[in-house]
Design a protein around this ligand. Structure first.
Ligand code: FCB
Length: 434
């Protein structure tokens, strides 16, 4: 048996657009309306139907599995449907959600912006506009004023690093236009917005814990012997991870986001690390790809949904990368929460081996000094997986979107047992060796 510290937080993570349904006033909804944008023509119209109150039954499920924390996001386009107009009835609904969590002894972690933006915000240029940090600051201040009595753990933004690439370089998500220069500008404004929102939350709430959810892509060279592969891996890692880590820990804006200038008072705008970790990326040098800065990602079986017999065979599942990462972050002496981790089901219980192997890595890192205080599985109930629609299903529960029926997956019981025992029994390790 390997055990976790007392008071360790166990939960699942969700995001507004993916679970609520009826989010019709943002950039994502507009994007969905264009044929070809979403796998299978799926829609977030209903999703998990939380806006009609089904969050209650899902929170009951989380409680029945022993969860003592839950990560969710609030939807800016509902809260501020036109600039400067706050929708009190919507805020009241979010208060009900947070109360529903508290009634179940589940600690809420609230993300303010998880990939979706009000239509009016995008009309002003979205994160390309240099007004955006100020607009975010106002929104954050309003949220902490109206929800602060129910929530202590905040995340300003979800994954600026992926947003900048997926939306402005690969252009497979809204607005679907852009360039590398624009992507850098977007990331810069998002980081400035984080600094301002961080200060706004602390100004209004003493004891608030504020972070930014960063998806750490562990990037390694396809061929470790090749100098060129190593060079593109270094560069990708810098642009995907290190540049953001530096902005969050140095109090300065590093190149190419800035020229090393101090941001605000130059203090670290981070009370804990919120790390989303899924898989490793292997990259090779490719002279034909100047648009991707000469980096080519090796195809991954994991992302194709092809069954695999071992993590190695999956190509890029690498739990020891999580160990290395946590040890690296331990140097900063901040609490760490894994705010997303998980894999989608591919026709058999591939989720339990993933869970066990990543918890083993997490535990090892704790033994070696990383102050990891919580783990959130992505996700509770299958939900609307962005451009992948309902094709990629990460849930502890299977969802039939049509009937809204939920069915428990094997991983849910495995997770519940781990939570109950606050540790992983040898028997589980034996049974689910990856
Ligand atoms: C993360 C997102 C989350 C979900 C998972 C699978 O990048 O934050 O919304 O899509 O991936």
């Amino acid at each position: 048996m390997f055990s976790f510290p007392p008071n360790f937080l166990w939960g699942a993570a969700t995001a507004a657009q993916q679970v609520e349904g009826q989010n019709f006033n943002n950039d994502w909804w507009d994007w969905e309306q264009v044929p070809g944008h979403i796998h299978g023509g799926d829609s977030s119209r209903v999703a998990c139907d939380w806006w009609n109150g089904r969050y209650r039954e899902d929170f009951d499920r989380a409680q029945s599995l022993g969860h003592n924390a839950h990560r969710l996001s609030v939807e800016w386009s509902r809260i501020e449907p036109s600039e400067g107009k706050w929708e009190d009835a919507v805020i009241a609904r979010y208060r009900e959600m947070l109360i529903a969590l508290r009634e179940r002894n589940i600690e809420p972690f609230v993300t303010l912006v998880h990939y979706t933006h009000p239509r009016w915000f995008m009309a002003r240029g979205g994160w390309l506009s240099d007004e955006s940090p100020r607009l975010m600051e106002r929104y954050a201040a309003h949220m902490v004023e109206t929800l602060g009595d129910l929530c202590h753990f905040w995340m300003t933004l979800n994954e600026p690093n992926l947003y900048m690439v997926l939306n402005y370089v690969w252009k497979g998500r809204p607005p679907g236009t852009g360039s590398i220069t624009q992507a850098v500008h977007v990331a810069r404004n998002m980081m400035l917005a984080h600094y301002r929102a961080y200060a706004a939350v602390h100004h209004a709430q003493s004891g608030a814990q504020v972070s930014l959810a960063h998806q750490w892509r562990w990037i390694s060279p396809a061929n470790p012997q090749s100098l060129l592969d190593r060079a593109v891996a270094w560069q990708s890692n810098y642009l995907t991870n290190e540049m953001f880590l530096r902005t969050l820990t140095d109090g300065k804006m590093p190149f190419p986001l800035g020229r090393g200038e101090k941001i605000g008072d130059g203090k670290m705008p981070l009370d804990y690390f919120a790390i989303n970790y899924y898989f490793e990326n292997r990259v090779a040098f490719d002279v034909t790809r100047p648009g991707s800065l000469f980096a080519r990602q090796l195809p991954s079986t994991w992302l194709d949904g092809t069954p695999y017999a071992s993590f190695d065979e999956a190509g890029n599942l690498n739990p020891s990368a999580l160990y290395e990462l946590l040890k690296r972050l331990a140097r900063f002496q901040l609490p760490i929460y894994i705010t997303e981790s998980g894999t989608f089901e591919i026709g058999y219980d591939n989720q339990s081996p993933y869970l066990i192997a990543h918890l083993e890595a997490l535990h090892r890192a704790q033994q070696d000094g990383a102050d990891v205080r919580g783990y959130f599985w992505w996700t509770l109930t299958d939900n609307f997986e962005w451009d992948q629609g309902y094709w990629l299903r990460f849930g502890l529960y299977h969802l039939d979107v049509e009937s809204q029926a939920r069915t428990k997956r094997p991983v849910a019981d495995v997770y519940a047992r781990i939570i109950r025992e606050n540790g992983v029994a040898d028997e589980l390790v034996e049974q689910f060796r990856g």
